[in-house]
Ligand binder design. Structure first.
Ligand SMILES: [Zn+2]
Length: 243
């Protein structure tokens, strides 16, 4: 005997099929392709890579402290501390150098040519990252022992200016409360800062020409405090990007 439904049964089956088709359209199809789930659309961008550029190095020692210690060594020590701390906090990092010695192409025969090659190498490395923030570490020098305190210089662009002003404020607040320096645009003759694409600041951590400050800059405890402020400024800045 053929299977038959009465009218009430047919109506129930129609309602059931309609509900089933609505459920398939609403739940299954979006997962199979087409419009992505809402949480995918609102997920923040990944945090930028923090690139640490320890200024000078190789044939270029930069400025010198009174005891002859070159600026390049201070820069590398502080850059490594920022790198280590930021990595510990889960930030992706990169270094433009991680050694006091640099290997130059053998055909380069002058110090000037080697320095030029190195600055272009660093720009190419920095620009190879799609999403990055550059923190270039240097030490200041003045012909006279008086001046002291950190000074932040920023690259062109609103993001660099914002990061520069914020970093200067944090350095003053935590390390040099009497410092009256303000963040300023970097001059046009600093090649790397004027040729990279990402937000960038150059931090002059202090004056090697000031014996007291040079001694402080060489101390492990002070370098760690510097690194904490610089890593914190990066985290605050990138939270602003992702907000
Ligand atoms: Zn320098």
């Amino acid at each position: 005997m053929p299977w038959k439904l009465n009218k009430t049964g047919r109506d129930s089956l129609i309602v059931l099929c309609a509900l089933l088709s609505i459920w398939i359209c609403a739940i299954i199809l979006p997962k199979a392709g087409g419009t992505p789930p809402r949480e995918t659309l609102s997920r923040p961008e990944p945090r930028p890579v923090l690139i640490l550029d320890a200024g000078h190095g190789g044939l270029d020692g930069g400025a010198s402290a009174a005891d002859g210690e070159p600026e390049s060594r201070y820069n590398l020590a502080i850059a490594r501390r920022v790198r280590d701390l930021a990595s510990f906090l889960g930030v992706a990092t990169a270094m433009t150098r991680d050694s006091e010695t640099l290997e130059y192409p053998p055909e380069l025969t002058s110090v000037a040519a080697c320095k030029r090659w190195d600055t272009r190498r660093r720009v190419a490395q920095i620009d190879s990252f799609e999403n990055a923030v550059l923190l270039s570490i240097h030490q200041n020098y003045y012909p006279g022992t008086g001046p002291s305190g950190p000074q932040v210089l920023y690259a062109s662009g609103e993001s660099s200016r914002r990061l520069g002003e914020q970093t200067q404020a944090l350095l003053t607040q935590y390390l040099a409360p009497d410092n009256r320096r303000v963040a300023e645009p970097v001059s046009g003759d600093v090649y790397i800062m004027n040729h990279i694409r990402c937000p960038a600041i150059l931090v002059e951590c202090g004056f090697l020409s000031n014996p007291g400050e040079a001694e402080r800059l060489g101390r492990e405890a002070y370098q760690i405090r510097l690194a904490m402020v610089l890593a914190d400024s990066f985290l605050q800045f990138t939270e602003g990007i992702n907000a």
